[in-house]
Design a protein around this ligand. Structure first.
Ligand SMILES: Cc1ncc(COP(=O)(O)O)c(C=O)c1O
Length: 499
């Protein structure tokens, strides 16, 4: 007999006469204005429904199916988004106070892991993509240079492995990036493994990778030790659903399980877990049709948009630029990213994912309809035509245009020291030279511009002001009486030193 999926079992249970003398408090019925069906299936760890934190039955089998689909040794369902997977992965891979070599353009959850575990972090910086102030994914050469010993001529005393500093306990990269840039994960994995170090890939935006011909392989297939996928971002699953995959023997699995228990709720939602299984079942059963249709609509849209004279688009390239991320570059127009975003939203009722000063990002997945593709195509063609005769945007936004870029700052102390320090709110003009006491993020994408413990420079201050003035959503600044304020911190016995 075919085994029931989590969803089918929940549905069957919701129609049974079992009476719930257990949580949740709505007792599967008091739904208020929300649909009854949502509540009817919202249960806790009752008999026959297994336990995410010690799976032995239906959840264990669902996780095994997910591992097979992605080619992972072992897979864990997550109900706290990739955020919970990243916190757990970093905590399991790096001992307390240990060293993490990480992408400077990491999602803030990586920084939060570094904070909680009091890590010593050093950064991997990526190159800029020409013409649109956007960063590439981290390149293999960058990882190799950060880990390899310097040439003897640079270090006459003789360099051993890690002579630039001790070897990190783990390396973390992001691929695809928020804008869809892909890293050469295979080469990076091979290199870090030669050093005996595990590779963590934040593949939150790549849960669909490897599922269709022409797509880049996913990072499990490419040899990474820990891979995190937000199922909710690029597959048809509910918000907060994600997966953590583990491969090889560099990661202590018991420790990983421990951190998953620590960072995730002890009452994980069955509706969310069923939604993960449901999304992956759709892929398993129907991937050629779903991704085939999607690729076809995408190609058609890109072909039509190639007639634009002013708006530019990042082309899909199998191992460099992911399919589904429509990056609309406005550098050759009189519009800024936020202005184009507003036009799409207010005039066409199309809600993009985010705006930078130089580009707007719209996300497409197998969940999109033909109508969705057509509406976006038509809107962009119309907007492009309306730009005839419009003067190019001035160069005043050059600096803020670098929202996808990273300005390098010196680090005075660990994140944990600065974030827990005695903080002082100062007017932004007084901040150059001071130590940052908080994160400053553009949201989305949630990648920090400054990290607690970094030293503000004049350039960074101008950059923050430009971002704010050009209408981007800047978190971590306090606007007060016509002035911006930033959190600063003073560290006794401050340890200066750059990264
Ligand atoms: C690169 C990256 N990693 C991790 C996350 C966190 O994912 P989640 O929202 O599933 O917790 C995000 C969220 O936007 C992200 O962009």
């Amino acid at each position: 007999m075919q085994e029931l999926s989590l969803y089918q079992k929940l549905e069957e249970y919701s129609q049974s006469d079992y009476y719930p003398f257990h949580m949740p408090g709505h007792k599967r019925r008091l739904s208020g204005q929300l649909p009854d069906e949502l509540f009817a299936m919202d249960i806790t760890e009752i008999d026959g429904f297994d336990n995410l934190h010690q799976p032995e039955g239906i959840i264990q089998r669902a996780q095994q199916k997910a591992a097979e689909l992605y080619g992972a040794d072992e897979t864990f369902y997550l109900v706290g988004g990739s955020t919970s997977g990243i916190l757990s992965a970093v905590s399991a891979a790096v001992p307390e106070g240990g060293r993490l070599l990480m992408d400077r353009r990491s999602h803030r959850s990586v920084y939060h892991a570094a904070y909680i575990r009091n890590l010593e972090i050093s950064y991997l910086y990526s190159d800029m993509l020409q013409d649109c102030h956007m960063c590439e994914a981290v390149g293999p050469e960058t990882v190799e240079a950060a880990i390899s010993p310097p040439h003897p001529s640079e270090n006459p005393e003789g360099a051993l492995d890690g002579a630039q500093g001790p070897l990190p306990d783990a390396v973390l990269i992001t691929s695809p990036t928020y804008e869809g840039r892909l890293a050469d994960v295979k080469r990076i994995a091979e290199f870090v493994h030669r050093k005996g170090i595990p590779l963590i890939v934040d593949e939150a935006h790549g849960a669909h990778l490897g599922f269709y011909r022409g797509f880049a392989m996913n990072s499990c297939q490419a040899g990474a030790d820990l891979v995190i996928h937000s199922v909710h971002k690029t597959l048809p699953a509910m918000t907060q659903t994600a997966l953590l995959h583990v491969n090889g023997d560099l990661i202590d699995r018991e420790r990983l399980r421990r951190y998953l228990r620590i960072y995730q709720s002890s009452s994980p939602s069955y509706v969310l877990m069923a939604s993960i299984e449901n999304a992956l079942d759709q892929v398993r059963q129907n991937r050629d049709v779903l991704f085939g249709r999607f690729s076809c609509s995408w190609r058609k849209m890109m072909e039509e948009l190639s007639s634009c004279r002013y708006l530019q688009f990042l082309p899909y390239e199998c191992n460099r630029q992911d399919i589904g991320k429509l990056v609309i570059i406005v550098r050759k127009t009189c519009l800024s990213g936020p202005q184009l975003y507003d036009i799409l939203l207010k005039e066409y009722h199309l809600q993009p994912e985010m705006a930078s000063t130089d580009y707007v990002l719209a996300m497409f997945t197998i969940g999109d309809t033909e109508e969705g593709f057509q509406r976006m195509t038509k809107a962009l063609l119309e907007i492009d035509r309306s730009l005839d005769g419009c003067l190019l945007r001035g160069s005043g936004t050059e600096n803020a245009g670098a929202t996808g870029a990273v300005l390098r700052l010196r680090t005075a102390c660990k994140i944990a020291v600065a974030w827990d320090g005695l903080r002082k709110l100062l007017p932004i003009r007084l901040c150059p030279g001071k130590i940052a006491g908080d994160f400053i993020n553009l949201y989305p994408p949630g990648i920090p511009l400054t990290v607690p413990g970094e030293i503000y420079t004049e350039e960074m201050i101008k950059y923050i002001q430009d971002c704010y003035q050009s209408g981007l959503k800047v978190q971590g600044i306090v606007p007060k009486e016509n002035e911006l304020y930033l959190q600063t911190v003073e560290i006794a016995g401050e340890r200066k030193g750059g990264v």
